[in-house]
Design a protein around this ligand. Structure first.
Ligand SMILES: Cc1cc2nc3c(=O)[nH]c(=O)nc-3n(C[C@H](O)[C@H](O)[C@H](O)COP(=O)(O)OP(=O)(O)OC[C@H]3O[C@@H](n4cnc5c(N)ncnc54)[C@H](O)[C@@H]3O)c2cc1C
Length: 404
């Protein structure tokens, strides 16, 4: 009998396994994938994620993965260009964008080193339950062998299509459509040194983000509206390149750069918040809440959820961890709504309203206000703090330093 069995061993699952094992709990973490392996995803870790990893003593290990430390960012918002550095998170000024095959397997190795039992190549397809609660999971090895793990708590860290969520009957608390399609590829020969984001609204409705990653490469992800996909799906490559061409600031920088031929992407990027705790089970990371990647929050959120659940479990004594799961879910739900809404708004790829355009223009000459604006994505300033009318009013009057 384990204290906790975790299904899914990437950002959310490996992080939770690490934190619980370090606290002396018995933990098994299972994944159908083998590691190291890539997954369909970008990999930009905002300052809040880097700060969280630093808090776990993993800052040097993260840097040693070899992706460059990224300072500052550029946002081209329908032609209004903002360049600056986000407000630091707990002193952390840098973001990193390590390839997933490096990051995920490194984090999982940290969990293993802390004492978690890691089982890869295992597909979970059932829950062990009694009349009252979930008691464990059933899986299949690659050779078809049936395997069981009993646990005081089963955690689904198994991504947006979560099997644990489906089998446990987790309800949707909030559901929005998939607004955008996302495709990415890797480029050589670009020297950005920071993340660059390009937004073109009405009439064009395109988004692109470029971020330097390992081995001198730059990942460039582009997005177009869901409703245009039917028309574009016959020539994804052409649509990807046409999107970049529609963003002149970025397209000019690609002159002389070469692209890896492979294009990867997701047509459907649904936005939802799921019930994430029930008798004997909990959900973390994308399994519990999934958002369009336009704000690149998913990996940071996965690490946050892992820490929140680990903290709640640490505070709970006794055999039944349901209270811990509920405490975690309540704490998570208190924090996620504003960024969920903000992400859904941006994912619609429409032009910013005139007030936002005016605000962006005002911030061009106000580095402190801009640092706080970029801090919304980086995790140092919350959405409600930044979009507080008093703050916006102060920026429009050129006096943002007055607002805490
Ligand atoms: C195009 C795109 C770009 C993105 N860019 C970024 C970015 O730049 N920054 C960022 O922070 N986020 C980004 N994201 C989001 C990010 O990918 C996710 O939020 C993040 O991977 C969530 O981590 P997770 O551990 O919750 O789930 P996942 O990374 O999805 O891991 C789930 C794991 O569970 C395993 N699993 C699933 N089902 C089972 C089963 N039945 N049995 C056993 N194992 C199972 C899977 O094999 C997988 O390894 C992007 C997403 C997309 C689609």
């Amino acid at each position: 009998m384990y204290d906790v069995v975790i299904v899914g061993a990437r950002c959310a699952g490996a992080a939770l396994a690490l934190l619980l094992a370090r606290r002396g709990m018995t933990v098994a973490v299972l994944d159908r994938d083998e590691f190291p392996s890539d997954t369909l995803s970008g990999h930009y870790l905002h300052q809040c994620a880097v700060a969280r990893l630093a808090g776990w003593g993993l800052r040097d290990g993260l840097a040693a993965l070899g992706a460059p430390a990224l300072q500052g960012m550029l946002l081209d918002l329908d032609g209004v260009v903002l360049e600056g550095e986000p407000l630091a998170v707990d002193g952390e000024r840098f973001a990193f964008c390590p390839r997933r095959h490096l990051f995920d397997s490194w984090l999982l190795e940290q969990a293993r080193a802390a004492g978690a039992h890691v089982h890869t190549g295992v597909r979970v397809d059932g829950l062990l339950c009694d009349a009252e609660r979930v008691r464990g999971v059933v899986g299949r090895s690659r050779t078809g062998e049936r395997l069981e793990w009993n646990a005081r708590l089963v955690v689904g860290a198994d991504g947006m299509q979560s099997t644990v969520a489906r089998l446990a009957g987790a309800r949707m608390l909030e559901e929005r459509p998939s607004y955008a399609c996302n495709y990415y590829s890797y480029w050589d020969g670009l020297e950005l040194g920071r993340a660059e984001l390009y937004v073109r609204g009405d009439g064009v409705r395109r988004f692109a983000v470029a971020a330097p990653t390992n081995d001198g490469a730059t990942i460039i992800n582009v997005a177009w509206p869901q409703e245009e996909h039917e028309r574009l799906r016959g020539d994804i490559e052409g649509a990807y390149l046409a999107t970049l061409r529609a963003l002149p600031g970025l397209w000019e920088k690609l002159d002389g750069a070469t692209r890896e031929p492979r294009l990867q992407g997701l047509v459907k990027n649904p936005n939802f918040i799921r019930q994430s705790a029930g008798p004997g089970w909990a959900l973390i990371g994308d399994a519990g809440c999934h958002k369009d990647p336009v704000t690149a929050q998913g990996m940071a959120d996965a690490l946050r959820d892992a820490e929140m659940l680990a903290d709640a479990i640490s505070l709970t004594s006794g055999a039944n961890l349901d209270t811990a799961a509920s405490t975690y879910e309540a704490a998570r739900n208190r924090t996620i709504a504003p960024m969920f809404d903000y992400t859904c708004t941006l994912a619609q790829l429409t032009s910013p309203p005139p007030e936002m355009r005016a605000l962006a223009q005002a911030m061009q000459s106000q580095p402190r206000a801009l640092a706080r604006f970029f801090g919304v994505m980086a995790g140092s300033v919350t959405v409600p703090e930044f979009f507080d009318p008093a703050n916006l009013g102060a920026i429009m009057q050129g006096a943002p330093e007055c607002v805490p």
